[in-house]
Design a protein. Structure first.
Length: 364
């Protein structure tokens, strides 16, 4: 079974959130960017992948079309791990991380979708797991920088059945407000997105520790400063989560060796696809580090995350980016029920994206 075609399918979808009336990122964030990767085999099987593309869609599309596609066409679609390795090696000059790995991740996810479809099995079952389970979800709030909006979203998340909540705030006021609303029993995580030097991170971790954080996420810049992350853990006692900005299992191995993390957060659309994600899981299980997948997505990468988590003996928590997209590629499957996700049991990723939604939101 050969790869007959690879196509980047770019989408741009508006969304709403509690802070929609404010520009909270540089230049604002008016829409979700997607780079779906559609792979067709010479037997007619179509697989769907997902390359990370928030704020970098055009570059990722170019990498898929002009780097990955020419190298993948004609290759054996069943040789997923081998092809992943060869293409990482082929493209290493252009970067072992970032755009190159995002594009390769999209191809890899699509090939695993094809493998499941060829076998007539959900990916979770193909990997030795089951779709006959639900996965605990956490509400991952937007960057709000507003106490009242944080409180409103925490209330709403609790009303919808979430039992875990993550903030994207860096201030004591907002974090304290979330704890006030959530009470003592609801775990609260704080993702600060790499803002601090090691000394600043240690100081802020101690301040935020009063709110009994379940974890503090990416407190140090640069994100691959594993020794400084280990310092934050060791000097404050606050649990550290990181990994969404790491690519390939090698960076996770380095982080584990440094004692940098309590929770590992591989992102299947960034790390190198299903193939690299599985390597990360194996490393973490051997080291006693809990995997908490990074998955603020609404495309095939989200379904791949559900399938991968369902193949793990301890799946951890699955992230639901707490925004409201204008449409859904997968209907209600992107939403948890009573604080937990269902796992689609169709072959491959479980579902194909809605062609009408693709048609409506596709961009040149």
């Amino acid at each position: 079974m050969k790869i007959a075609n690879v196509e980047a399918v770019p989408l741009r979808m508006p969304f709403n959130h509690a802070g929609s009336d404010r520009d909270v990122t540089a230049g604002g964030w008016p829409a979700l960017d997607f780079c779906l990767v559609k792979v067709t085999t010479d037997t007619g099987i179509v697989g769907w992948g997902d390359a990370f593309s928030y704020h970098c869609r055009e570059s990722v599309v170019a990498a898929v079309e002009h780097m990955v596609k020419p190298a993948a066409i004609g290759q054996d679609a069943r040789d997923i791990a081998g092809l992943n390795h060869r293409l990482q090696q082929k493209f290493h000059l252009f970067g072992r991380y970032g755009i190159t790995l995002f594009a390769l991740s999209g191809l890899d996810i699509a090939l695993w979708d094809i493998a499941g479809k060829a076998a007539g099995l959900p990916l979770a079952t193909l990997l030795g797991g089951t779709t006959d389970r639900t996965l605990p979800a956490y509400s991952s709030l937007f960057i709000l920088r507003d106490k009242e909006k944080v409180m409103a979203d925490v209330w709403r998340s609790l009303d919808e059945g979430y039992e875990y909540i993550k903030l994207h705030e860096i201030g004591e006021v907002e974090v304290g407000a979330a704890r006030e609303v959530a009470g003592e029993s609801i775990p609260i995580m704080v993702d600060v997105n790499c803002p601090w030097t090691p000394e600043q991170a240690i100081r802020m971790a101690r301040k935020l520790d009063q709110f009994e954080l379940h974890w503090l996420e990416e407190p140090v810049f640069p994100p691959e400063d594993f020794n400084s992350l280990a310092r934050v853990r060791g000097e404050t006692g606050v649990a550290v989560a990181a990994g969404e900005n790491w690519c390939t299992s090698f960076q996770f191995a380095q982080a584990i060796e440094a004692g940098a993390i309590d929770y590992a957060q591989p992102s299947v659309t960034k790390v190198g696809g299903v193939t690299e994600f599985r390597k990360v899981v194996a490393l973490c299980e051997a080291a006693g580090v809990q995997v908490m997948p990074h998955s603020p997505y609404f495309g095939p990468g989200f379904l791949a995350t559900l399938q991968l988590a369902s193949a793990m003996p301890n799946p951890g928590l699955v992230e639901r980016f707490y925004v409201t997209p204008e449409a859904s590629l997968y209907g209600d499957w992107i939403n948890p029920v009573n604080g937990a996700f269902r796992v689609p049991n169709g072959p491959g990723l479980g579902l194909d994206p809605d062609p009408d939604v693709i048609k409506q939101y596709r961009v040149a």
